[in-house]
Every structure is written in C-alpha cells, then in structure tokens.
Design a protein around this ligand. Structure first.
Ligand code: HEM
Length: 216
C-alpha cells in the first residue's frame, strides 16, 4: 500500500473510501472487501439499470411522433435551437468543473494540496445543477424530434441523449455504494463527462458551426 493516499472522506461519499492511488483494489476502509462474484453481480446491476433507462427512453423516443413546433421557454424554431445550444455549452462547462473537482478530491491536481470537505459538497451541488439544466433541453429534444436516425450524427446524438440518463443513474448508484471497486466511480464519472462532450459536439457545436460538424 505504498501508493495509497489519505482522503478526508465525507460520510455522503462512501465510494471514495475505496481509492488507493492505484485505483484497482476493492478494499474499503474498515470493511470486508467484497468477493469477486459479488462485485461482478453489483456491477451487473448498475449496468442493467443504465441499460434499462437508456432502452426505455430510446423506445419512447423512437415511437413518439415529432412535434417540430414545440417551444423552449417561449422560444421556437431557430430561437429554441440557439437557446438549447447555449444551455448545452453551459452544461459542458459544468461537466469540466465537475471533472476538475473530482480530480482534486482524488488528489490528482498538482500543487493544490488535499481537497477540503467543501469540495465534495460543491461537486454534489454542481452535479445537481448540471442534471437539472439538461432536463429542459432533453425534453425539447424528445418532444420536438424524438430518437432520429437520419444521419450518423443524429443517430449518435439521439442514442447518447438516452444513454446520458442511464449513465447518470449508474453514477448515483455507484457513488452511494460502499461495495464496488475504487476504479468504478471515476469510470462512471468519466463516462458522463464524455457523453456530455458527445452531446455538445453533435448538437450545439453543429449548430454554432452553421449546421455542420467542423470539417464536415
Ligand atoms: C433525451 C434524449 C435525447 C434525444 C432523443 C435527443 C435527440 C435530438 C435530435 C433528434 C436532435 C436534432 C438533430 C438534428 O436534426 O440535427 C437534437 C438536437 C439537439 N440536442 Fe438532443 N437529444 C437528447 C438529449 C439531449 C441532451 C441531454 C442535450 C444536452 C445536454 C441535447 C442537446 C441538443 C442540442 C444542443 C441540439 C441542437 C439544437 C436543436 O436541433 O434543437 N440533447 N437532439
């Protein structure tokens, strides 16, 4: 355990207890390490929960008839697209803040020392704001368009949008778990940041770039 780091683990962040710097062990402080079989079962439940939410949204979105006149906070047409793209950019910025705060909690930001306990609370509050900010955008996407497969970009965006909510549920399940290996939480968080980047690239950047992807 020469590689271990000491973390002031807040009570509401039990999953951080598993971190040991190498990030690949299953040992929590003062707990019995879970057996390989139980870890696989717990991981399977987390993945199944994400898959169920993703599939439910994808089926709903594919069956739903688009309502292209649906507005967003009083805007419609290009106004709604522009507003969504700006909100999405704010969401991407919040995701990057989340990434930095998480790296700080894991002692991975050089030169700033150990993260004070407020960092965990800030990470949680920012995550809630981020999640709430996605809702009007996603509701507009779902109602106005639903899941569409008219091009690779639109297919990837639609499925990534559905997957985001599955991945978000998984992240919450993982963060609340005391029984999963240390690498699972940063993986779940990293996946969320990556999905937000994909959504921004395939929706907002496409709009800002004159309705085409850069280089496309
Ligand atoms: C809930 C699942 C989601 C589905 C099924 C979905 C689907 C779509 C579709 C089909 C489009 C139109 C693409 C086009 O024709 O060019 C679109 C656009 C867009 N989406 Fe989503 N999306 C979802 C979630 C999200 C989320 C979570 C975000 C942001 C965090 C987002 C941001 C955008 C943006 C910025 C646009 C471009 C503006 C527009 O065309 O209205 N979407 N979405």
């Amino acid at each position: 355990m020469a590689d271990s780091v000491t973390l002031a683990v807040p009570e509401h962040r039990p999953a951080l207890r598993h971190w040991n710097g190498g990030g690949m062990t299953a040992t929590g402080l003062g707990q019995h390490p879970p057996t390989g079989g139980s870890t696989v079962r717990r991981l399977a439940w987390v993945i199944a929960a994400a898959a169920a939410v993703t599939a439910a949204l994808a089926v709903f979105g594919a069956e739903h008839s688009p309502n292209y006149t649906f507005g967003l906070f009083g805007s419609s047409g290009t106004g709604a697209i522009s507003l969504k793209s700006r909100i999405s950019t704010g969401i991407l910025a919040l995701a990057l803040v989340q990434l930095l705060l998480a790296l700080w909690m894991y002692g991975r930001v050089p030169g700033v020392g150990a993260a004070p306990s407020q960092v965990g609370r800030l990470h949680r509050a920012t995550g809630i704001v981020l999640f709430l900010a996605t809702l009007p955008v996603a509701v507009h996407c779902m109602v106005a368009y639903g899941v569409q497969t008219t091009s690779a970009r639109v297919t990837v965006h639609s499925l990534a949008g559905c997957f985001f909510y599955g991945a978000f549920l998984s992240k919450i399940l993982v963060v609340r778990s005391r029984q999963l290996p240390g690498w699972v939480l940063p993986t779940a968080g990293g996946v969320l940041v990556a999905v937000i980047a994909v959504l921004w690239y395939s929706g907002a950047l496409w709009f800002f770039n004159g309705y085409q992807l850069p280089g496309g």
